[in-house]
Write a protein that binds this ligand. Structure first.
Ligand code: DGL
Length: 295
């Protein structure tokens, strides 16, 4: 396996959630090219077993290495990281492989009430990796852990239709309200949860709903930016950072540059990825394609 600095970075998730990480990667690494794969035909991962998620992770990593000659892999999915990052690193020992995990340590540093909420999938929150992470911050704060069955799926489904109903009437809002109510009181008074860790990359796209439900004083923590910084560090250490391009002609603009450097693929319905890419990354539909060869 020969890695080159000009090769793209592979990024994947069970669906569109990892676009929230891609956004941070694009901002942190402006000279890099990206190939994003949404495994929407097999989403949600969080309610499948570890063996299934590990199998998908390896199939996708192999596909991105073979078809796109990626130089690094970002697993933009907490569930896949928990189930398979270790094996992915063993499978590609020379390639930087970056995973994502719920931001418990930043939450401890941030929280004033020392009462922290964590939402994620069953797969992530029930994993041995999460148990280890939790043990590493034991005694430093109280954690209220809430798996959110169906929420990633509802977010995935919410992209294709332009909201015609009020925010509070959507499935995403209903589930956010139901799960956060089950966690207890949120706020900045003693004994209340003042920090909510979004332990699933999809949930970033429900941030407006969560803010509306929990109010402006509760801090929502996601992990896209630290993952992007870690990706930069690993690429630098491996001498794999893309060189800055020659100065662009006066007519080129930043949007045109963004358009050529990111390719989005899906194993599921193309329209859903196109809608999500347009809505959240302002990327045009032409940059999205079906990843037929994968399945
Ligand atoms: N976006 C994924 C995560 O961060 C999983 C969502 C799902 O497929 O269940 O865990």
């Amino acid at each position: 396996m020969h890695l080159t600095a000009v090769a793209p970075i592979g990024v994947f998730d069970s669906g569109i959630g990892g676009l929230s990480v891609l956004q941070a990667l694009q901002a942190e690494l402006p000279h890099e090219r990206f190939v994003y794969l949404a495994d929407s035909a097999h989403a949600p991962y969080g309610e499948r077993g570890d063996a299934f998620v590990a199998e998908r992770t390896h199939a996708i990593a192999d596909y991105l290495v073979r078809q796109h000659q990626i130089k690094a892999l970002v697993v933009a999915c907490n569930t896949a990281t928990a189930a398979a990052i270790h094996e992915a690193r063993q499978r590609y020992p020379q390639m930087p492989v970056v995973g994502i995990e719920p931001a418990l340590k930043p939450a401890v540093a941030h929280s004033q009430t020392q009462r922290i909420g964590v939402i994620g999938t069953h797969g992530t929150l029930g994993s041995a990796k999460f148990a280890q992470l939790l043990a590493s911050v034991q005694g430093q704060a109280e954690f209220v852990i809430q798996p959110c069955k169906g929420l990633a799926h509802a977010i995935e489904g919410s992209t294709t239709h332009v909201p015609t109903t009020a925010m509070a009437d959507t499935e995403v809002y209903r589930l956010c309200a139901q799960y956060t109510q089950a966690m207890g009181r949120f706020g900045t008074a003693p004994g209340q949860i003042d920090t909510l860790v979004l332990g699933c990359t999809h949930y970033v796209f429900a941030a407006d709903d969560l803010r509306h439900i929990l109010g402006p004083d509760v801090t929502l923590l996601s992990t896209g930016e630290p993952v992007a910084r870690q990706t930069r560090r690993l690429l630098e250490a491996a001498h794999l950072l893309a060189p800055a391009p020659a100065p662009a002609p006066a007519t080129a603009n930043a949007t045109a540059t963004d358009q050529v450097r990111t390719q989005l693929l899906t194993s599921g319905p193309l329209a859903a990825l196109q809608a999500a890419a347009q809505r959240w990354l302002q990327l045009p539909a032409e940059q999205c394609a079906q990843a037929c060869a994968l399945i």
